[in-house]
Design a protein around this ligand. Structure first.
Ligand code: FMN
Length: 372
């Protein structure tokens, strides 16, 4: 089940970078929801390579096709299968990597585990695998928005040392999409774009932080022990290629405060409970508390750099490798829709799990489910 994620809203992704295509099977989607390719394509367009001068120039239209699970524009409750054809495969650019392992990529570990690997384009280690996640996530986002009033967003918070100023309570999708780096702070965005361009010209790569948020999640979603909501979010984010760190709410910075400073005081108004600060990041005891969920995901600088580096070949002989092919100088602008997708998948799964155990048919942002 290594390619499957989720319990009640469950996805299985498939495909390699230079195979016939990539796709996903979504099982557990509720029936009778309006769904066509037009609901999926916009998020795939935000993820696809070739979309701007600061991402991989690989030319893929990433046009999605729904193969099953819908009838006359509505979900059937049966497995929804979606796929995207690989159109711009160029295996010749990877021929040297057939015999040599890219430093800090997954070539060596796949070889060590499976004894075989689809080396063109990195096979399944390629971020093309995330096409399936984004397609499935678009369905989850639509259900969360329409039926639960939950809005899921992500944006670039930091590229190397350039940090944006963003208020997770107020940030809007249109501000995130207003520039090619997907940072809603316009001044920081311009500096980030210049840094990524400069780094690409030098044949190098940079990393940074994507912040994910979910607004309108009602109190009660999540589980108290092993499947804590933040644990499932952490797993979802650390399952992303090139992710290196996750923190939520006050995160690692919270250790600088005392408990008195750090606590989120409760207040009540018109029968609703809220907190006057949100260092918990919207989750307490593994369960959503009704405040905005916000967390950060660190992405490393892309491993494939255009510089000669020490490595070994498949016969374990020391050698060097100067990579070729089309690569992202920084994964962050394309990672934004992927972080949104994984957030939506976790929340959708927990919405159904909460409903299954606690019987809340449809929650609204105002519902204090479970509180009697
Ligand atoms: C949106 C996105 C785009 C990526 N683009 C590239 C790329 O162009 N070149 C590359 O070497 N790695 C790229 N990566 C990262 C690799 O997929 C990743 O480093 C590889 O699977 C090894 O996994 P690890 O870095 O998590 O150990 C990308 C990751 C994401 C999320």
């Amino acid at each position: 089940m290594a390619n499957t994620f989720g319990h009640l809203f469950r996805i299985t992704t498939w495909g390699e970078s230079h195979g016939g295509g990539v796709g996903v099977v979504v099982d557990g989607c509720p029936p009778r929801l309006p769904l066509t390719e037009a609901d999926i394509q916009p998020d795939l367009d935000r993820r696809r390579p070739g979309q701007s001068k600061i991402v991989s120039p690989r030319k893929e239209s990433d046009t999605v096709q729904i193969l099953s699970g819908t009838f006359e524009g509505k979900t059937l409750g049966t497995p929804i299968s979606m796929w995207v054809r690989n159109e711009d495969a160029r295996p010749e650019a990877y021929s040297e990597m057939a015999a040599k392992f890219r430093p800090s990529h997954a070539d060596y570990t796949y070889q060590a585990k499976f004894g075989i690997r689809a080396w063109p384009g990195g096979g399944r280690t390629s971020a093309r695998e995330t096409v399936g996640r984004v397609a499935a996530g678009a369905i989850a986002k639509k259900i969360l928005r329409r039926h639960y009033g939950v809005e899921v967003l992500a944006y670039v918070r930091q590229v190397q040392r350039i940090v944006a100023t963003v208020d997770p309570e107020k940030v809007k999708a249109k501000d995130i999409e207003s520039n090619i780096v997907r940072c809603p702070d316009p001044a920081a965005a311009q500096r980030m774009i210049r840094l990524i361009e400069k780094t690409r010209r030098a044949g190098d790569t940079v990393g940074g932080i994507v912040e994910g948020i979910a607004r309108g999640v009602p109190p009660g979603w999540g589980e108290p022990v092993f499947d804590r909501l933040e644990a499932d979010l952490a797993k979802a984010m650390l399952s992303l290629p090139a992710s290196k760190g996750f923190d939520i709410g006050s995160g690692f910075d919270g250790i600088l405060l005392t408990g008195n400073q750090h606590n989120d005081p409760f207040r009540a108004k018109a029968g609703k409970v809220y907190t006057t600060s949100n260092r918990s990041g919207g989750i307490q005891g593994g369960i959503s508390n009704g405040q905005t969920i916000y967390f950060r995901v660190a992405f490393k600088p892309v491993a494939t750099v255009m510089h000669e580096q020490d490595t070994v070949d498949i016969n374990f002989k020391n050698t060097t490798l100067k990579a070729r092919g089309r690569h992202d100088p920084c994964v962050l602008p394309r990672a934004v829709p992927v972080v949104e997708a994984m957030t939506a998948l976790v929340l959708m799964d927990h919405a159904l799990r909460h409903q299954a155990q606690c019987g809340q048919a449809i929650s609204t942002p105002q519902t204090t489910s479970g509180i009697r």
